[in-house]
Design a protein around this ligand. Structure first.
Ligand code: SAM
Length: 260
């Protein structure tokens, strides 16, 4: 009788502890989401401590699709003399651009110092690439480019602000190429997508630097309407627009050409 009552007590403690743990995780999740009304506020949370592992994480968490998506961006480029890669991060796309058009002059720009430092270190052998630590929404480089690219930036920015800044820095005939994640429209793909992010959330407990990203990113993608917003803004500003959905609607590219 005594042993049974001890075991019941232990079970009660165990159930209580696991309930409390679950509640803490739920509250943590909700708090992160509530704190991120403005997507830009998430930028320091996501990127201050993640530069060293970014390349591996983006490759594995997208099952290598990140590389395929960047190749779609590259397909839009031909022989541009000057390219500005906004939110260049660790320079993955910047390097691919330099490899495709070695005669071009490229600037990689990012708001996060640690990412710029990583990109500089990785690409120090590329004499045609330089880096600037600046906010893309306050872009002020005093020169114009044949092409401006940005992979995974649109959802953090206000379309009116970013597009206007890009147009000011774009030569006539030049292109703005924007790429980012999208929330799939197909119901079945959506279910898979949500399930995948639930798994990433659990994986987050083993990769602490990325936990906050895995918690907040799905909500950010679900609530972002960046493709429509940028398409409308580009059209309003006289750009010719081309859109492309990628990998079952999980990401998209939008290209705006400055025709006048
Ligand atoms: C997910 S990383 C993408 C890096 C790179 N474009 C790639 O595709 O691998 C997003 C980057 O956007 C940068 N970023 C976010 N908001 C920015 C802003 N307003 N201006 C410049 N960079 C920004 C972050 O610092 C981060 O390095």
């Amino acid at each position: 009788m005594f042993i049974i009552s001890i075991n019941i007590k232990q079970l009660e403690i165990h159930v209580k502890k696991s309930f409390e743990k679950q509640l803490t995780h739920k509250l943590e999740k909700q708090q992160l989401i509530m704190n991120s009304k403005n997507p830009k506020d998430l930028v320091p949370t996501f990127f201050t401590d993640t530069a060293n592992s970014y390349d591996k994480i983006v490759y594995w968490t997208t099952f290598g699709e990140d590389n395929a998506w960047k190749n779609k961006i590259l397909k839009q480029l031909s022989s541009e003399k000057t390219v500005l890669d906004l939110a260049c991060g660790t320079g993955i796309l910047t390097k691919l651009i330099a490899d495709k058009i070695p005669q071009s002059t490229i600037i990689g720009l990012d708001i996060t110092k640690n990412y710029i430092e990583k990109a500089k270190e990785k690409l120090k052998s590329y004499k045609n690439i330089s880096f600037v630590n600046q906010d893309a929404e306050k872009l002020n480089l005093g020169k114009k480019f044949d092409c401006i690219t940005a992979s995974y930036l649109p959802k953090y920015c206000i379309s009116d602000v970013l597009v206007k800044k890009c147009i000011e820095h774009l030569n006539i005939g030049g292109k703005i190429i924007l790429h980012d994640f999208t929330y799939p429209k197909n119901k079945f793909v959506r279910k898979l997508w949500n399930f995948y992010f639930d798994i990433l959330y659990l994986i987050g407990f083993f990769v602490p630097d990325w936990k906050k990203v895995f918690v907040s990113l799905p909500h950010l993608i679900r609530t972002s309407n960046w493709v429509t917003e940028y398409e409308n803004t580009m059209k309003k500003n006289g750009l010719k627009v081309y859109k492309q959905d990628l990998t079952l609607g999980t990401s998209a590219i939008i290209v705006g050409t400055k025709i006048i």
